[in-house]
Design a protein around this ligand. Structure first.
Ligand code: CP
Length: 318
């Protein structure tokens, strides 16, 4: 053990949930809890990252992740730059690695990256000195989404261990699902995956998940119902016969929700397609739906990640 540093979070990058230990996940969530309280104060600013530079490099569109990373960095006092790929030299043919090395030469302290290819963020991280946070890579991982989902669940249910979580919909293309599966299993929850056979890779069984193609059976008694968007942008060919049939079989309605526990929490990472994977009335049910809580927790979790990953630069223990 290095003197002056504890073992709470000793990573230079946050590239995925894979590789994080349960105590590290717990440490991020505990710290994020304190940022939830800060974010509810009229004055939300801290000078923790004063003098540090954060670049948000998003090759794919985003509302929640990009905005919350920008807010998180600014609330902690960093200089935050959002790099718009549309207006960049990537459009002139510059490669991902050349872009990364160019940005690295400007001495950023944190690079937050979203990319459409699985593995691209890991590749980029090998070519820069600063901390890299994966803000979603292809259908691989979206670690801060899983962390904010875990924080939402923990605050609403008081724990993660022992809960039964159903993740429903397009599991084949979902980086949110993969990161959530890894995190929830690591923290002692049971995970059920529900979807049409075309969108439900059997490989997830080897992770320790239970697979269902029938919503009524999969939802039975579960504590958390996490709905996923059909990721049409990642589909080559047709995976569902029609949106109408998909909603009929897999869309979350009051009728299907009756199979879950009476106090089951409804979640969705967004963006949400009402009438496709979820009935709008359920999404807006303030007693059952935690969808806007998830958005709030996103800012706090990203503040915690920025705080932890910059501690070695700031000479603080993690
Ligand atoms: N959940 C999520 O990643 O949303 P955005 O695509 O809006 O960032």
């Amino acid at each position: 053990m290095d003197s002056g540093f504890d073992l709470s979070f000793r990573h230079h990058h946050l590239l995925g949930i894979e590789g994080l230990q349960p105590y590290e996940i717990g440490h991020v969530l505990d710290l994020a809890d304190s940022y939830v309280e800060l974010n509810r104060q009229p004055s939300k600013k801290r000078a923790l990252l004063d003098g540090l530079t954060q670049i948000n490099l998003f090759f794919e569109v985003s509302t929640r992740t990009l905005t919350s990373f920008e807010l998180a960095g600014k609330r902690l006092g960093a200089d935050v730059v959002n790099m718009a790929v549309q207006g960049s030299s990537i459009k002139k043919g510059e490669t991902l690695i050349d872009t990364a090395m160019t940005l690295n030469a400007m001495q950023p302290d944190v690079l937050v990256v979203r990319h459409q290819e699985s593995g691209a963020v890991q590749l980029l991280a090998r070519h820069v000195r600063c901390a890299v946070i994966n803000a979603g890579d292809g259908s691989h991982e979206h670690p801060t989404q899983a962390l904010l989902d875990a924080l939402t669940i923990r605050r609403r249910k008081g724990r993660l261990e022992g809960l039964t979580v159903a993740i429903c919909g397009d599991l084949r293309h979902s980086r949110v699902a993969r990161s959530n599966i890894l995190l929830l299993l690591a923290m002692g929850a049971s995970v059920r995956l529900i979807g049409p056979p075309t969108l439900l890779p059997r490989a997830f069984e080897s992770y320790g998940c239970q697979l269902f193609t029938d919503m009524a059976k999969g939802l039975r008694g579960c504590d958390i119902v996490m709905m996923l968007r059909l990721q049409n942008e990642r589909m080559q060919g047709s995976f569902v016969p029609s949106v109408r049939e998909y909603f009929h079989l897999y869309g979350l309605t009051q009728e299907k929700l009756r199979h879950a526990a009476p106090d089951a929490l409804i979640m969705h990472p967004g963006p949400m397609n009402r009438g496709v994977e979820i009935d709008g009335v359920i999404a807006d049910d303030i007693d059952r739906s935690a969808i806007l809580d998830q958005v709030e927790m996103g800012v706090a979790v990203r503040m915690a990640c920025l705080d932890l990953l910059t501690r070695s630069i700031r000479g603080e223990a993690s």
